[in-house]
Design a protein around this ligand. Structure first.
Ligand SMILES: Nc1ncnc2c1ncn2[C@@H]1O[C@H](COP(=O)(O)OP(=O)(O)OP(=O)(O)O)[C@@H](O)[C@H]1O
Length: 232
């Protein structure tokens, strides 16, 4: 899978993040692609709650609907039926401005590699492709700083992307196979950072993964099979 693209729609008024109840409440979620003989039933009635501060791993075979589930929860894709509430807000009711506000204030996405990993500093993010090429750490950092200087971001090198500054509690991180294409060491680092965000900063996190180490670290594992949740 690849990160599919953002379609943004506006209820800028999001409910208070201090509100009680689950961060994510999914009910009878259906997502069907195409029509007629080409219909694909990616999600066929999924219901699920994610409580504040939980790290939930979504597992299942390739094509079982993991990415679709995260994309619909994050408002990157629209449901065909059912309901998704994030911090009490029905995501399908949000228009472009509302979804933009949701992303700014409540949730963050991590896609498979190469996207910005919100928990890493700018210099670490820029260094990811070099890391995958096994460029040694010092060289990697020097090159990443040079690139940031060149684009006028030298001063931001050690900052994390602002939307993840950690100032807010009860933020939702949706991560689609965050360790999918990383080597074991880098994958373990990302996993440590995820744990830290959830356990010390109180974030709520849903990850889709095929990675047993990530599954083992989760508070709860939910399994998708052909678009439905099955006992894991
Ligand atoms: N935009 C789309 N148009 C048509 N079919 C799609 C689209 N997005 C997903 N699908 C189909 O929906 C089903 C679920 O796909 P999805 O990417 O959610 O699975 P996944 O569990 O994330 O797989 P992977 O582990 O390979 O990432 C698959 O059959 C896929 O081909």
């Amino acid at each position: 899978m690849t990160g599919r693209h953002v379609r943004v729609a506006a209820v800028p008024q999001l409910p208070s993040q201090g509100a009680r109840g689950p961060v994510v409440a999914v009910r009878g979620l259906v997502r069907t692609y195409g029509s007629g003989s080409g219909e694909v039933h990616a999600l066929r009635g999924v219901s699920l709650d994610v409580e504040p501060g939980e790290l939930v791993a979504v597992v299942g075979r390739s094509g079982s609907g993991k990415t679709t589930l995260l994309n619909v929860i994050g408002g990157l894709d629209r449901p065909t039926g059912g309901s998704v509430r994030v911090c009490g807000q029905e995501v399908a009711e949000l228009d472009e401005r509302g979804l933009a506000a949701l992303r700014r204030d409540v949730l963050a996405f991590v896609f498979q590699t190469f996207g910005l990993l919100p928990m890493l500093s700018a210099v670490e993010n820029v260094g990811i492709p070099l890391r995958l090429l096994r460029v040694p750490a010092r060289q990697r950092e020097a090159r990443a700083r040079e690139v940031l200087e060149r684009v006028g971001l030298g001063a931001a090198a050690d900052q994390r992307p602002p939307e993840m500054s950690g100032g807010q509690q009860q933020r939702l991180l949706l991560a689609d196979e965050p360790t999918g294409q990383l080597d074991t060491t880098t994958g373990a680092e990302v996993l440590d950072l995820l744990r830290e965000l959830v356990h010390t900063e109180g974030m709520t996190c849903m990850v889709s993964t095929h990675d047993p180490a990530l599954t083992a670290a989760a508070d709860r594992v939910v399994r998708l099979q052909d678009g439905v949740l099955v006992p894991s």
